[in-house]
Design a protein around this ligand. Structure first.
Ligand code: DGL
Length: 272
């Protein structure tokens, strides 16, 4: 696929495109909406093919490419890869392939972690595919070669969040099971998955005094910087929001309430 000059037709009034494997990217949507309320936003959740977190790099690259193509049809001026798994496995390919600015969630989180970690002992949690990719580990060490990085895949966290089990004994047990290796060993932990900000309380209560890095917030700050730098910030007051999903909308709408504390309205269904 060649970079297309067509992608250059954007202005401050063009929307920001956000994609995720499903509903989890709403954590990123929420922070972008909060920080940049004047922006129009097109959100695409690939609910027909979720989860990405246990899929191969080849498959995640293919799905992610299709998601970007969909957002480009909607004339977005910037694409946010809200999904950590896509950001780990597909971001390089997407950035080489498309001319529209594409922002992933890894770099903003890594930059913040390296900045705030007092003792250079940084932990990362994410899906199996994110952790297996080694991208977080590589990027942290590129920023600070003296950092000590400790990682753990936490595959049960996504279904726990999607079952709205944000607290209670089962979630506490699972959190303890995944996080016990970090106890006393890290001072900073990157929540390297869209869903994990919803488990922040339980993680913080187990890993007391550890800085928790919410990549959703960090990426919103990055998006604002990129738009400002390229003169594409929308000065409006209240942007339009449009939601698209690739499977039937009911599940998305129900979970959206959990993620956003408000409704999204009925998303439009697209074929992927
Ligand atoms: N959005 C994914 C991520 O941030 C989590 C859900 C999935 O596995 O697709 O890695």
């Amino acid at each position: 696929m060649r970079k297309s000059a067509k992608n250059k037709r954007y202005s401050p009034q063009s929307p920001i495109g956000i994609f995720d494997s499903g509903v989890g990217g709403l954590t990123v949507f929420k922070e972008i909406e909060r920080l940049l309320p004047g922006e129009h936003i097109v959100y695409m959740g690939d609910t027909a093919r979720v989860p990405y977190g246990n899929k191969s790099p080849k498959t995640v690259v293919r799905f992610s490419t299709e998601n970007v193509l969909f957002l480009l049809e909607n004339k977005v001026k910037l694409v946010v890869v809200a999904c950590n798994t896509s950001s780990s496995l597909a971001l390089d390919f997407l950035q080489k392939t498309f001319s529209v600015p594409i922002v992933g969630v890894i770099d903003p989180a890594v930059e913040k972690a390296v900045e705030v970690s007092p003792g250079r002992r940084i932990g990362v949690i994410g899906t199996k595919s994110t952790i297996k990719s080694g991208v977080y580990q590589k990027k942290i060490l590129q920023k600070d070669s003296r950092a000590r990085v400790c990682v753990k895949a936490c595959p049960l966290f996504v279904p726990l969040v999607e079952e709205a089990m944000l607290s209670g004994p089962i979630t506490e047990d699972i959190a303890r099971y995944y996080l016990k290796g970090f106890k006393g060993g890290i001072d900073t932990l990157i929540l390297g998955c869209t869903h994990y900000p919803l488990l922040k309380k339980i993680i913080a209560s187990y890993l007391k005094d550890v800085h928790l890095i919410n990549s959703a917030y960090e990426v919103a700050v990055k998006v604002r910087g990129v738009l400002r730098h390229s003169g594409l910030l929308n000065p409006g007051r209240r942007g339009r929001r449009e939601f698209f999903v690739s499977d039937e909308p009911a599940g998305f709408m129900k979970l959206a309430r959990l993620f956003l504390n408000k409704t999204t309205g009925k998303p439009k269904v697209i074929n992927v």
